[in-house]
Design a protein. Structure first.
Length: 231
């Protein structure tokens, strides 16, 4: 875990909202056809000259947001949204994104995070060919390099998660106690590594779900077999 290097966790502008018992079902989508700040997201960016300076070279290509931060390892360009996000009983929190990581200079750079209304957090950082759980030590899952992949986070209680890659469960694990609440974030978010990534879309919400939280409790019992520790 490299908590101090992930800008989405450390920028002072992050909001902390009052805990709620569970949000009404909702769905928020970004489709990659415009810059995220034009669709309600807060842009957090900077480079070696400081916060609010430079950021990634950005473009929209074939319906995807391209973030090119290869010029310098200090570049970050990430997008956050603060709102109550937790599911109520018999509801499911889902966060879904389609991503291709073309190049990373060091280890991981693009990242995705979610923070519950009670300040429990989960995060993932990406290389060209694997994803690592930010708050867990060396918990990774591999995927094919050079192509887009569909990632999906699911949680009934914002304490345990499942991460699916292209429809298959790849990681199962816990949320961790943090200081940030009621927020999601994604983008080029890690300092000390440079990257080129393409985001086809990013969406999240709470949907009705008849299954109980016991599903994830059972999955947690076999989490050791789902975790990849080869990297």
């Amino acid at each position: 875990m490299r908590f101090a290097t992930l800008l989405l966790f450390t920028l002072p502008a992050l909001a902390v909202l009052t805990s709620t018992a569970g949000a009404e079902p909702y769905w928020i989508s970004y489709d990659g056809n415009d810059f995220p700040e034009n669709e309600g997201w807060t842009r957090e960016y900077g480079d070696e000259n400081g916060h609010g300076q430079g950021g990634a070279v950005r473009s929209i290509e074939d319906g995807a947001l391209v973030l090119d931060g290869l010029r310098h390892v200090a570049i970050y360009d990430a997008y956050t949204m603060s709102r109550p996000i937790d599911p109520a009983p018999d509801e499911l929190f889902i966060m879904r994104w389609r991503l291709r990581v073309d190049e990373v200079s060091a280890r991981e750079d693009p990242a995705v995070v979610a923070f519950s209304d009670d300040s429990w957090g989960v995060g993932f950082q990406f290389s060209e060919s694997y994803v690592e759980s930010t708050f867990e030590d060396a918990v990774t899952a591999a995927f094919e390099a050079g192509v887009f992949h569909l990632f999906e986070l699911r949680s009934y209680d914002m304490r345990q998660y499942e991460l699916l890659i292209d429809g298959e469960v790849a990681l199962v694990g816990p949320f961790f106690d943090t200081i940030t609440a009621s927020e999601v974030g994604w983008g080029d978010a890690v300092t000390g590594s440079a990257s080129l990534s393409r985001w086809d879309y990013f969406e999240f919400g709470v949907v009705p779900e008849p299954c109980s939280a016991a599903t994830l409790s059972v999955a947690g019992a076999v989490a050791l077999f789902l975790r990849r520790r080869a990297f």
